[in-house]
Design a binder for this molecule. Structure first.
Ligand code: T5A
Length: 200
């Protein structure tokens, strides 16, 4: 079973994934947590290239690097884990590419969709939790950290990404649960567990 977490920067994905890990440990379920970009030695190297604020990448270069990282992760980690019936929790996946490179950067959405399908093939995402908040609150959530290359984009970019995520969720209502990311951490966790119990 593949579960993905999506949302703009600082939406609380990692926070919720940590709580979900604790929950799966408690109920003794076999699970695996991965993040995108990253999750394999090569994908982690690609991550360094992608997020380094000193790099000036063309939009197309950025797109193909995210996809290259995903291709490694899907073949080397996700598929084998799903074959063993593990629960795979992924911090960002295909919807991030559509939201950031499609809605954010303006690259053709049908092209991205085609490339995503080519890489992911028959893998089915069971649930996607979209942690949503208006990027006007953006500064609050990341104020203690150095901004990476993508976080460095202006507020209009992050607004487009957020709108993109909401449109993707609307088109995929059966897969998505949209959650207000400004609610308390424990309340969000409870909502996720309540939802997940219908599927696990
Ligand atoms: N990207 C990625 C693309 O452009 N295309 C793609 O195809 C893919 C896969 C990845 C970057 O790559 C881009 C998107 C990203 O820009 P990353 O470092 O992995 O970079 O970035 P994020 O996934 O955005 O990680 P963040 O750490 O920024 O966000 P999280 O994980 O959503 O947020 P989290 O949990 O670290 O929380 C942030 C802060 O908020 C607090 C936490 O304690 C923390 O301090 N917090 C809350 N505070 C109040 N109420 C709540 N409910 C809270 N939840 C968390």
């Amino acid at each position: 079973m593949l579960i993905t977490f999506e949302g703009i920067e600082g939406a609380g994905k990692s926070t919720q994934i940590k709580l979900l890990e604790k929950y799966f440990k408690k109920i003794k379920r076999d699970f695996l947590v991965i993040r995108e970009p990253g999750g394999t030695p090569i994908s982690e190297k690609i991550r360094e290239i992608l997020l380094n604020p000193d790099h000036n990448l063309e939009n197309e270069t950025e797109l193909f690097l995210f996809l290259a990282s995903r291709a490694e992760l899907v073949k080397k980690v996700i598929k084998p884990a799903l074959k063993k019936n593990k629960i795979v929790i992924c911090d960002r996946f295909i919807d991030s590419t559509m939201a950031y490179q499609g809605y954010g950067r303006g690259i053709s959405k049908s092209f991205i969709s085609l490339l995503n399908s080519y890489i992911v093939k028959d893998i089915k995402i069971q649930r996607t939790y979209l942690l949503d908040y208006a990027p006007e609150a953006f500064g609050i959530r990341i104020k203690d950290r150095t901004m990476d290359r993508i976080e460095n984009n202006n507020i209009d970019f992050h607004k487009r990404v957020r709108e993109g995520f909401l449109k993707i969720a609307k088109k995929n209502k059966r897969r998505f649960l949209v959650i207000n990311a400004l609610e308390p951490i424990e309340i969000i966790h409870k909502k996720i567990i309540e939802d997940l119990t219908n599927f696990i």
